[in-house]
Ligand binder design. Structure first.
Ligand code: GDP
Ligand code: IMO
Ligand code: MG
Length: 425
C-alpha cells in the first residue's frame, strides 16, 4: 500500500510544505491533487527559502518525481515563473521529473479579474479569496466550458481560446461590475509563450502514477488548503472551490483507496485563518497578536495578516473524521514558547448548550463559543529539540494531551521552519 496523503487539518498554512518536504525523503514521487496557486507552501533548507504555489514541495529533492494532477487549476504564466525560480536556484526542473496533467484546468486572466471583482462586490460578505481566479476556473470546469491544460499542446489554438475567454470576461467586468476591460493583446501573448514552455511537461500523470504504484514505489500526495476550506466539508461559502480533504487525492489523481496506508493530518499547535468565515477560538487580543508575531503569521501567497487563536479540538476531531487521519504532525510548537498558559477548546457552547460536534451550519459555527481546557505553558526555546526527551515536560504534556483528546498518534512535532527542526516520535 504505497500511498501517503498529507492534508491540512485546519484552515490552511499548517506547514504542509515543510511536512511534504520531510516525507519526500521516503517517497519516490510527490503529487499535488487539488487547488492552484492560492496555495503557498514554504520549504526552508539552510539559507534557502522556497515558496511554492503549484509545484509539489518534494521538488527540492532532486531525485523525486513531481506530478501536478487532474484536480488542479493551473495558471500557466505563474507555473512558468515558479519553474524559472526553481531553476535559478539550482533545482532540476527537467520534464523528465516534473509532469503536468493535460486534464487539469487553466486559470485565465479573466478568471483572476472576475475573482477580484466578484469578491469586492460581496462587500461585507466577502470571502476574502486570494484573487487567483480559483473559484472561476472551477466554475468553468463544472459547467463544462473550461480550458484544459492539454490544450496548451497547440499554442496558437490555445491563444485563441484565451483571447475568447478574456473577451467573455470583459463583457461581465464592464456590465456587471463597472470595471475597466482587460487589454487582451499582451495577456494572450504571455499565455501563448507559457503554453510553449509547458508543452514538454504535459504527460499522462495517471499512467505514470500507476506505473509507480504497481512497482510498489511510494507516492506522497501533498494537500493544499485545509479541511475547513474544503468546498464540501468547510463552512460554505467561506471555503475554497476544491476538495482539499483526503478524497480529493483520489479524485484529483485517479487511484483507489486500497493503495493508501498513511493519512497524515498537519495540525498547527494553535489555529490560524486567512480570509473571512467562522473561527470560534480566534483571539482578538494581545495573545492573538503575540501568536501572529511569534509565528510570523502573514500569508505566503497574499501577505495578509493571518487571524490567530487557540487549538480547536472540536474542529480537529471533525477533520480526523472527514479525512481518516491515522497520524498527526504538530507544527509550529516552538511558537507557543513563552506562554504562561495554553488553551485547547474541547467543546463549544452553542445557544447556551454545550456541544462537542462541530456544527457545519455556518451561522451556528459563527455563534459557537469555545469551552477551554488550560494546560501549563513553557518558557523555553525548543527550536533545538530533536528527540522527545529534549522537550520541556510541559511541551511533552501538551503533545500527549492532544493525542489523548484526538485519539490519533502524533508522528512528528516541528519546532522551527527549517528542514531539520523537528522531533520525530
Ligand atoms: P502550508 O501552506 O501548509 O505549506 O504552510 P505555509 O508555508 O503557508 O505556512 C507555514 C509557515 O510556517 C511558513 O512560513 C513556514 O516556514 C513556517 N513553519 C513551518 N513549520 C514551522 C515550525 O515548526 N516553526 C516555525 N516557527 N515556523 C514553521
Ligand atoms: P495553503 O495550501 C490559507 C483561503 C482564502 C479564502 C478562501 C477562498 O497555503 O494552505 P480562494 O482563493 O481559494 O478562492 O480563497 O480560502 N485560502 C487559503 N488560506 N492557505 C491556503 O493554502 C489557502 N488557499 C485558499 O484566504 O479565505
Ligand atoms: Mg500556505
Amino acid at each position: 500500500m504505497p500511498v501517503t496523503i498529507v492534508v491540512g487539518a485546519q484552515w490552511g498554512d499548517e506547514g504542509k510544505g515543510r511536512v511534504a518536504d520531510w516525507l519526500a525523503r521516503e517517497s519516490d514521487g510527490i503529487a499535488r491533487y487539488a487547488g492552484g496557486d492560492n496555495a503557498g507552501h514554504t520549504v526552508i533548507v539552510g539559507d534557502a527559502v522556497f515558496k511554492l504555489h503549484l509545484v509539489p514541495s518534494g521538488v527540492v529533492h532532486s531525485d523525486k518525481k513531481c506530478f501536478l494532477g487532474n484536480g488542479m487549476v493551473i495558471n500557466p504564466v505563474r507555473l512558468v515563473s515558479e519553474l524559472d525560480m526553481l531553476a535559478e536556484r539550482g533545482i532540476d526542473i527537467s520534464p523528465d521529473r516534473i509532469h503536468l496533467s493535460p486534464r487539469a484546468h487553466v486559470i485565465t486572466p479573466g478568471h483572476m479579474e472576475l475573482d477580484g471583482a466578484a469578491d469586492k462586490a460581496r462587500g461585507k460578505d466577502a470571502i476574502g479569496t486570494t484573487k487567483r481566479g480559483i473559484g472561476l476556473a472551477y466554475t468553468d470546469k463544472a459547467t463544462r466550458v473550461g480550458l484544459l491544460t492539454g490544450e496548451m499542446a497547440d499554442a496558437e489554438q490555445f491563444a485563441d481560446a484565451v483571447q475568447h475567454s478574456i473577451e467573455q470576461a470583459n463583457i461581465i467586468l464592464q456590465s456587471k461590475y463597472g470595471a475597466p476591460p482587460m487589454d487582451a493583446v499582451e495577456l494572450v501573448a504571455e499565455y501563448a509563450e507559457a503554453a510553449r514552455r509547458l508543452q514538454p511537461y504535459l504527460a499522462d500523470t495517471n499512467a505514470l502514477i500507476h506505473d509507480m504504484l504497481e512497482a510498489d514505489q511510494r507516492l506522497l500526495c501533498e494537500g493544499a488548503q485545509g479541511t475547513l476550506l474544503d468546498i464540501d466539508h468547510g463552512h460554505y461559502p467561506f471555503v475554497t472551490s476544491s476538495n482539499a480533504t483526503t478524497g480529493g487525492a483520489m479524485t484529483g489523481l485517479g487511484f483507489g483507496p486500497h493503495y493508501v496506508d498513511r493519512v497524515i493530518g498537519v495540525v498547527k499547535a494553535y489555529c490560524t485563518r486567512v480570509g473571512n468565515g467562522p473561527f470560534p477560538t480566534e483571539l482578538l487580543d494581545e495573545t492573538g497578536e503575540q501568536l501572529r508575531q511569534a509565528g510570523h503569521e502573514f500569508g505566503t501567497t497574499t501577505g495578509r495578516p493571518r487571524r490567530c487563536g487557540w487549538l480547536d479540538m472540536v474542529a480537529l476531531k471533525y477533520a480526523i473524521r472527514v479525512n481518516g487521519f491515522n497520524e498527526l504532525v504538530l507544527s509550529k510548537m516552538d511558537v507557543l514558547g513563552g506562554m504562561a498558559e495554553i488553551k485547547i477548546a474541547t467543546a463549544y457552547e452553542l445557544d447556551g448548550k454545550p456541544i462537542t460536534n462541530m456544527p457545519l451550519d455556518t451561522a451556528a459555527m459563527e455563534r459557537a463559543q469555545p469551552v477551554y481546557e488550560a494546560v501549563p505553558g513553557w518558557d523555553a526555546d525548543i527550536s533545538g529539540a530533536r528527540v522527545m526527551a529534549d522537550l520541556p515536560e510541559a511541551t511533552q504534556r501538551y503533545i500527549k494531551r492532544i493525542e489523548e483528546l484526538s485519539g490519533v498518534k502524533v508522528m512528528m512535532v516541528s519546532v522551527g521552519p527549517e528542514r531539520d527542526q523537528a522531533v520525530q516520535l
